[in-house]
Structures are given as structure tokens and as C-alpha cells.
Design a protein around this ligand. Structure first.
Ligand SMILES: Cc1cc2nc3c(=O)[nH]c(=O)nc-3n(C[C@H](O)[C@H](O)[C@H](O)COP(=O)(O)OP(=O)(O)OC[C@H]3O[C@@H](n4cnc5c(N)ncnc54)[C@H](O)[C@@H]3O)c2cc1C
Length: 402
């Protein structure tokens, strides 16, 4: 332990710190578990009941940065049966008529032993495991189905209490605390649907760049897939409201040759997309985590992974605080600072991808063909882009954590 008396004193006091987390979505729940494992006491509050928290029809693309976090928290083994790996990623520029493939060899060596570029994980088994572990923890008080206004947390916070806003993109806490926030609504929205597909490679994820917006086709096991289909918002809503035969036929017109959508498995949903960021992820003892602090376009499946890298970085800092390597008043400032590069990098990169590929602009076509040509033929470019996607841009210049 350090000899600095101020920091040593902090370490002793750190265990008395309490974290009050508002929002038990995948970000808040995972953070609560991590903090509890470090010995902090945590109150986790959500206005939804456990059943409603479980009941979202969505699936997440999981990257290697998320794998490392889940492994570190002892959750990976419990999810293995539910994780659907993909070993190749096919990228199509449908206007430039070019295709590039990524495979496991394009990962950094430290990631290759997992033999997957990424995994698709359904929301329900993830939340089921998180809630089960939270209920079993002596360190966590779960307050679900609780109508208490979130902003009460701000007025009742004690001197050793951190308030964490994990209450999603419309965060009440962020607004009540008047944390500066910047937001830009995309013209594009997004339709998500689960369906059965024939003719697809079960170990392949597809990303199609189309003039109206990108579309991802993600394997859920056997012949089940999730599509994440971006297009102008009203068009997404019209498609979501159309009959299943109309939607399947619209999909079959644009899916790559050989793929055939045969049955819808859930009710498609359409939602608006935005690019948003709180330049500072804190104010006094309030910390913004996950979509309460930022949001990006779903292209490249970055959203939840970016939220979980907030969790990972925050847990590193709280661990340093617990071990006496950092004075606790600096937690909020250090957290905001260490997330800056990763967040700015991902928000910028996803936004540029949308601007570059979601059009039919003939002036851009030669550059798009060149980009796909380079991806197809130059292995270090594939490695660099895949590493930025799966480990985060902040990890590009660093060795991978063990
Ligand atoms: C409709 C929709 C579909 C999506 N589909 C996909 C997809 O297919 N794949 C994918 O990877 N990502 C998808 N996303 C994005 C993904 O869901 C987010 O990245 C992820 O949920 C972020 O997690 P979070 O915990 O930060 O926020 P959230 O999941 O939004 O969780 C916030 C939690 O805070 C609670 N809360 C909010 N306000 C209060 C309050 N005042 N008091 C108490 N509790 C409160 C909410 O009940 C909720 O449980 C989708 C998002 C939306 C909106």
C-alpha cells in the first residue's frame, strides 16, 4: 500500500463508500455486480420489475472487450451456452458492388484463441444471469419495480455516496443534474426483427452498406437471425407496421444472393437513432455510465460494448481507489478523462461510416471501391479496423490486457 497518508486514508475509507445506481439495464446491472465483487455496497434501483427487465426482444453483438469484462466478473462461463459465435464477418458495399471478409486470423493474437470474431447474445439470458447473481450478493440491495423518482438520489446523497446514472438515453438524473449534453438526431432510424433465414452461413455475421443505411444480419443459432436494418425513420416504421409477408419480401429483395428470409419470429420494432455525448461524464458525485452518457449509430454493433467499456474503466478506477492507489475525490474526474478517447473515437468512426456509405454519391464511389479493395487485400488494414471495432480505438496502441 502507498505511503502517502492522504491516499492511504482514502483506501481505508473506500470500503465505506456506497454506490447508488439508477437503472438496472445491462450496464447498471453489470456495474453493480462488479462493484459488489470489489466489496462496495451497492443500491440498484429501477422502475421496472425483474420480469419487465428480462422482457426485451433484442440481441447484442458482443466484442472481445466485453468478453474480457464478462470473464473478469466470472460471468462468461455461465453464458457460454447462450453465446452464438461468428467466425467470419462479411462486409458488402451494395452500391459499389464490392465485398470484404474478416476472419479470426485478422484478430490480434491475444484474441485469436477464442476462435470467434464476436458473439451474439440474447438479452433475456444475459439479464437473467445478472439478476440472479445480484440477488445472491450480500453487497447489493435491489430495488426493482420502484416508482420512487430517480432525482431523489441526488438530493439524498450522503458524503461517501456516489450516484450512478445508468438510466439510459433519456436519463432523468443527467437532466436533473444539468450535465452538459450534446445530441444530434440521425435522419435514419432502425428496424430490428428476429427471423428464420435459409442459405446463410451459421458462423457468419453480415454487414451490408446500402444507400438508405446499413443492415446487419446476426446469427442467433441454427437458422435464427436478428436483422438490424437502418433506413429513414418513417420507412422503418412503415416496414415494422407492414404484414409479415410484405416485410419478408422486402428483405428478400436486398439480402445477399442465396439468403432467404422465411419466417418472422418476433414483432419488429422501429426506433430513432442519435449521436449523443456528455463531454464530461460526471458532475460532483454523479457519474454517467452507458447510454446515459453517450449513444451512437448501431453500425458495427458498438453500442452495448461501448457502455460496458465505461463499466470496465470505472471498475479499474474503483479497484485502484479500494487498494489505496488513488484518492477517492479524484474518481469522477479520472473516470471522465479516461473514457474520452474511446468514446470520441467510436462516435466519430460510426458517424463517418454512415456519412461515407449511406448514399449513392458517384464522387465517393472510387474511394469506396478503394476502401473495400484495401480491406480485401491488405491484411494489416483488416487487423487494424477489426481491433478498433472489437477492443476499442483506445486499445490500438496498447498491448491487450490479459
Ligand atoms: C428499441 C431499442 C432496440 C435496441 N436494439 C438493440 C439491438 O438489437 N442490439 C444492440 O446491440 N443494441 C440495441 N439497442 C441498444 C441497446 O439496447 C443499448 O446499447 C443498451 O440497452 C444500453 O444499456 P443501458 O443499460 O445503458 O441502458 P438501458 O438498457 O436503456 O437501461 C436503462 C435502465 O434504466 C431504467 N430507468 C430509466 N429511467 C429511470 C428512472 N427515472 N428511474 C429508474 N429507472 C430508470 C430503465 O427502466 C432501464 O432498465 C436498442 C435500443 C433500443 C432503444
Amino acid at each position: 500500500m502507498t505511503a502517502d497518508p492522504q491516499i492511504r486514508d482514502s483506501a481505508v475509507k473506500a470500503v465505506h463508500h456506497q454506490f447508488r445506481i439508477v437503472g438496472a439495464g445491462p450496464t447498471g446491472a453489470l456495474l453493480a455486480l462488479g462493484l459488489a465483487q470489489q466489496g462496495f455496497s451497492v443500491v440498484l434501483h429501477d422502475r421496472l420489475s425483474a420480469e419487465l427487465l428480462l422482457n426485451r426482444s433484442r440481441a447484442y453483438a458482443i466484442t472481445h472487450s466485453s468478453r474480457r469484462l464478462l470473464q473478469g466478473l466470472g460471468l462468461w462461463a455461465g453464458l457460454l451456452d447462450q453465446l452464438e459465435p461468428f467466425r467470419t464477418l462479411r462486409l458488402d458495399d451494395c452500391s459499389a458492388h464490392r465485398t470484404a471478409w474478416f476472419n479470426v486470423r485478422d484478430l490480434r493474437p491475444g484474441n485469436r484463441s477464442s476462435e470467434a470474431i464476436g458473439w451474439i447474445l440474447d438479452h433475456r439470458p444475459l439479464m437473467h444471469l445478472l439478476l440472479e447473481r445480484l440477488e445472491a450478493s450480500d453487497q447489493v440491495v435491489l430495488q426493482l419495480n420502484d416508482a420512487k423518482p430517480a432525482e431523489e438520489a441526488l438530493t439524498t446523497a450522503g458524503p461517501c455516496q456516489w450516484i450512478v446514472a445508468a438510466d439510459g438515453p433519456r436519463s432523468t438524473l443527467r437532466r436533473c443534474a444539468e450535465v452538459p449534453f450534446w445530441s444530434h438526431a440521425y435522419q435514419q432510424g432502425c428496424l430490428t426483427a428476429k427471423l428464420r433465414l435459409t442459405g446463410a452461413d451459421q458462423l457468419c455475421a453480415y454487414e451490408l452498406f446500402r444507400p438508405e443505411g446499413p443492415m446487419a444480419v446476426l446469427p442467433l443459432g441454427q437458422d435464427r437471425y436478428q436483422v438490424v436494418w437502418s433506413a429513414p425513420l418513417q420507412r422503418c416504421r412503415d416496414r415494422a407496421a407492414s404484414s409479415s409477408a410484405e416485410l419478408l419480401s422486402a428483405l428478400n429483395e436486398i439480402l445477399p444472393d442465396g439468403l432467404n428470409a422465411v419466417q418472422l419470429l418476433d414483432d419488429p420494432g422501429a426506433f430513432p437513432l442519435e449521436l449523443s455525448l456528455a463531454p464530461r461524464l460526471h458532475r460532483d458525485s454523479l457519474l454517467l455510465v452507458g447510454e446515459a452518457g453517450h449513444r451512437c449509430h448501431p453500425v458495427g454493433g458498438q453500442g452495448l460494448n461501448l457502455c460496458w467499456r465505461d463499466v470496465s474503466d470505472l471498475l479499474h478506477l474503483t479497484e485502484a481507489m479500494r487498494c489505496g492507489e488513488m484518492a477517492f475525490p479524484s474518481l469522477a474526474r479520472r473516470y471522465s478523462r479516461c473514457r474520452r478517447f474511446d468514446l470520441a473515437g467510436v462516435l466519430l468512426a460510426t458517424d463517418l461510416l454512415i456519412r461515407f456509405f449511406s448514399n449513392h454519391n458517384p464522387l465517393l464511389m472510387p474511394f469506396r471501391r478503394l476502401a473495400l479493395f484495401m480491406l480485401k487485400h491488405v491484411s494489416w488494414i483488416r487487423r487494424l479496423s477489426l481491433s478498433a471495432m472489437t477492443d476499442g480505438p483506445g486499445a490500438l496502441l496498447k498491448p491487450l490486457p490479459k
